[in-house]
Write a protein that binds this ligand. Structure first.
Ligand code: PGA
Length: 252
């Protein structure tokens, strides 16, 4: 039985005060919905407030990125040790917005993933094809290559703390959602790649989320697919009612 994980990615939204209000409102709405893990990945400055507000609830807190060095001259960056010391449980690595706007490559994504795992964080590793790649019919090759590069040098034991988020870049923030069949198929390709790297047992066990305009209307159908083990949700994670509806769909 794979763990279903519904994770919010707040991106650059919410101040600490808004964070406290949001989680205080959300907690009773999702209380007892324990068939999935519930995670909110929030901006760095909101993490401490989020952890405090989520204490004693079933909501876990994550960061949206992490640097790969232990410490040093990296102005503006945050290390894995900094995150874990304040009680951060998860971290998103390799989000397409980081790849697109901040020069992340599979090499840096791999280094960040390793650093996060070494510090005891759970990683939500994002990958997915851009529109041109899907239109060119090379989606399978692209996600297989990203999976291999991003996980290079990571052991089967470490893989237990990795969730993969399949996020077709053309579906992020655009209102365009992959069809449930497309999501299932490509999550399946990623699972097969994991099997080739780590064996069938690891492939069966790993949580693979879909992300890209998942919302309260389409979540149930996407989550009904055998290879889709949850969601990474941007826009719809900023509204307590919409996010709760997705968590409920995962608990149905
Ligand atoms: P979206 O974002 O749900 O707003 O499309 C998803 C993501 O970027 O993780």
């Amino acid at each position: 039985m794979r763990k279903i994980v519904i994770a919010g990615n707040w991106k650059m939204n919410m101040t600490p005060a808004q964070t406290k209000k949001f989680i205080t409102e959300l907690a009773p709405m999702v209380a007892g919905l324990d068939k999935c893990d519930i995670v909110l990945c929030v901006p760095f400055v909101d993490i401490a407030t989020a952890i405090e507000a989520a204490a004693g609830t079933n909501i876990k807190i994550g960061a949206e990125n992490v640097h790969f060095a232990e410490s040093g001259a990296y102005t503006g960056e945050i290390s894995a040790a900094m995150l874990s010391e304040i009680g951060t449980e998860y971290v998103i690595v390799g989000h397409s917005e980081r790849r697109q706007y901040f020069g992340e490559t599979d090499t840096t994504v791999n280094l960040r993933t390793k650093a996060a795992l070494a510090a005891g964080l759970k990683v939500i590793l994002c990958l997915g094809e851009v529109k041109e790649e899907r239109l060119a019919g090379i989606t399978d090759e692209v996600v297989a290559m990203q999976t291999k590069l991003d996980l290079a040098g990571i052991s089967v034991e470490e893989l237990k703390n990795v969730i993969i988020a399949y996020e077709p870049v053309w579906a992020i923030g655009t209102g365009l959602t992959a069809t449930p069949e497309q999501a299932d198929e490509t999550c399946g390709v990623i699972r097969k790649t994991i099997a080739s790297l780590y064996g069938d047992e690891a492939a069966e066990a790993i949580t693979i989320q879909y992300g890209g305009s998942m919302n309260d209307q389409n979540a149930a159908e996407l989550l009904s697919k055998v290879n889709v083990d949850g969601g990474l949700i941007g826009g719809a994670s900023l509204k307590t009612d919409k996010f709760t509806a997705i968590v409920k769909a995962a608990n149905a």
